[in-house]
Design a protein around this ligand. Structure first.
Ligand code: G4P
Length: 532
């Protein structure tokens, strides 16, 4: 098959949700449709289950699962689908943000009873900023939940999306009869008493025909007609281009657990979701059907076995074909590298593959050469953009608790930072090392992994920092910047790339500093458009 055809049949996406909305269940049902797994229960949730075991064990368990479910690939109706897994726990939100740099579209799962939750808001904001096409799946319709129109309003307001329903529930909870599929123009009916699956799909082109009454009963038919009238009046018609541009978000209703509305979602998804999209590098926009290979590392997974310190670097292929045993340029290092056993992912298995195409993810064994964001090419000097570090929210000094193992500690910290577990800052005044994380759990992860994988011990000391922000002066030689450096010397640090960072101890200090130094910009992500 030609490169163009292979690209056209690929869809790489992520499912995002607040924990418990049904992401794992939906993923599993999609895999069942693709024939990639045979039974329910095969996909393990990578949720951090509190209380079940100790935090360390839980972290290890979670890591074990997440390597298996990092990429779940399967074929459905001749489309190659790659689902990229995103951790639900908020402390790992940064992993999810990074994974979002490798997807071409997203499905957002919302619990019908809980509506839009905090984690969903944050993640959708990133999708909106990056113009990632989004489909919304409202789940758990078998339970009592919010009114469909209220929920659509809530999604519009809280997520700032412009929605259009492509299906609509007939009843809800106890009265849930089924779904009218606006996209396919048919009615899917729940099976009578068990309500465990779809009993019937009946084509009903015209909802005003009396057939609808005989199928769902006169009362439900009348209500549905009124509701659909409102849908057609209030919501824009579906338009694929608008969806692809991130300006319109189709909504589906269903129940993942009962396999209800999932096939409809998948059938629509494969028709409308984008094929691999072009990507911006620091020099130009790269389109997938360029002949030359290029890709970038969006995730690094450490080996579960502490004796083997190799890791798996996940590379999203942006253009051309990635071939086994072919030398590619590691742009940051300026070195050519060959990979003899690149892994491709099929459902929960990984296998060595000879060739992979844009949209695919390959897992490369790495002994410490890769960092998140690294670019591979056939020789072109360019670096993909868009994997920024976010301003951490928790800070601690990190100390060496075993002076005999300082080398191990240094190496361990270095590698964990490359994996993106946390960020390391070095205070300018005294060279003390500070770890900044998005969630509090990461401190435990770091301490545990340093000990178990690197044989090093660390201790923490608290540090009062409200926010760290990257500093960019309009003019680095100005008196204003010199004054800032002098006055704030105690609060200045360098990140791993050597960029200057300011530690503000409170929101008030930050505001005062911004006012006092109007010609210095303070950024909350590490990657920003430089002024001038
Ligand atoms: P997550 O990955 O988004 O965190 O959610 P997950 O799929 O694990 O689902 C969270 C809970 O919601 C699970 O129940 C799951 O069975 C349930 N669930 C998912 N979809 C539906 C649905 O359509 N209807 C109903 N009623 N429930 C649904 P649990 O009790 O927490 O876990 P389990 O013991 O069932 O695995």
């Amino acid at each position: 098959m030609s490169l163009t055809k292979e690209i056209a049949r690929r869809k790489t996406f992520g499912i995002i949700s607040h924990p418990d909305a049904g992401k794992t269940t939906l993923t599993e049902k999609l895999l069942l449709f693709g024939g990639a797994i045979q039974e329910a229960g095969a996909v393990k949730s990578n949720k951090i289950k509190k209380g079940a075991t100790s935090d360390f064990m839980e972290i290890e368990r979670q890591r074990g699962i997440s390597v298996a479910t990092s990429v779940l690939a399967f074929e459905y109706k001749d489309i190659k689908i790659n689902i990229l897994d995103t951790p639900g726990h908020k402390d790992f939100a940064e992993d999810t943000f990074r994974t979002l740099t490798a997807v071409d579209s997203v499905i957002v799962v919302i619990d019908v009873a809980k509506g839009v939750e905090e984690q969903t808001e944050k993640l959708v904001e990133v999708c909106r900023m990056r113009k990632i096409p989004v489909i919304v799946f409202i789940n758990k319709l078998d339970r009592e939940g919010k009114d469909a129109f209220d929920l659509l309003d809530e999604i519009e307001q809280k997520l700032q999306l412009r929605v259009t329903p492509l299906s609509f529930p007939i009843g809800m909870g106890y009265d849930f009869k089924g779904i009218y599929n606006i996209w396919e123009k048919n009615v899917n009916l729940f099976s009578g008493d068990s309500r465990k699956n779809i009993e019937d799909t009946i084509e009903i082109e015209d909802v005003f025909s009396s057939e609808l009454d005989s199928v769902v009963g006169a009362k439900a038919a009348e209500k549905l007609r009124e509701e659909l009238e409102l849908v057609y009046e209030v919501y824009p018609d579906f338009n694929r281009d608008e969806y692809l541009e991130g300006n319109l978000q189709p909504v589906f209703f269903g129940s993942a657990l009962n396999n209800f509305g999932v096939r409809e979602l998948l059938d629509c998804f494969i028709k409308i979701a984008p094929k691999p999209r072009p990507k911006q590098s620091d020099t130009r926009v790269v389109v997938p059907d360029e002949k030359e290979f290029s890709g970038f590392v969006f995730k690094i997974h450490a080996n579960m076995d502490p004796k083997h310190r190799d890791r798996l670097a996940f590379v999203k292929i942006v253009s051309g074909t990635f071939e086994r045993n072919t030398p590619y340029l590691h742009v940051r290092n300026g070195k050519k590298m060959k990979f003899s056993s690149p892994n491709a992912f099929f459902a929960e298995k990984k296998e060595i593959v000879d060739i992979s195409y844009p949209g695919d993810i390959v897992g490369l064994h790495d002994t410490g050469n890769f960092k998140i964001g690294d670019t591979l090419t056939e020789g072109e000097e360019m670096q993909y953009k868009g994997i920024p570090s976010f301003s951490p929210e928790h800070f601690k000094y990190i100390n060496n608790a075993d002076p005999m193992k300082s080398k191990q500690l240094e190496k361990g910290i270095d590698q964990l930072m490359d994996e993106g577990v946390a960020q390391l800052f070095t205070l300018q005044l005294n060279n003390r090392k500070v770890i900044g994380t998005v969630g509090a759990l990461q401190f435990e992860v770091i301490q545990y992994r340093l000990e178990h994988e690197y044989g090093a011990k660390c201790s923490y000391e608290s540090l009062n920092v409200h926010k760290a922000c990257w500093v960019e002066p309009k003019d680095s030689k100005s008196e204003e910047f010199k004054d800032f450096q002098r006055v704030k010397a105690k609060f200045l640090a360098k990140d791993k790339k050597g960029q200057l960072v300011f530690f503000a101890d409170s929101a008030f200090t930050l505001q005062m500093t911004q006012q006092k130094y109007p010609n210095i910009r303070f950024h909350f992500v590490s990657e920003f458009e430089k002024v001038g």
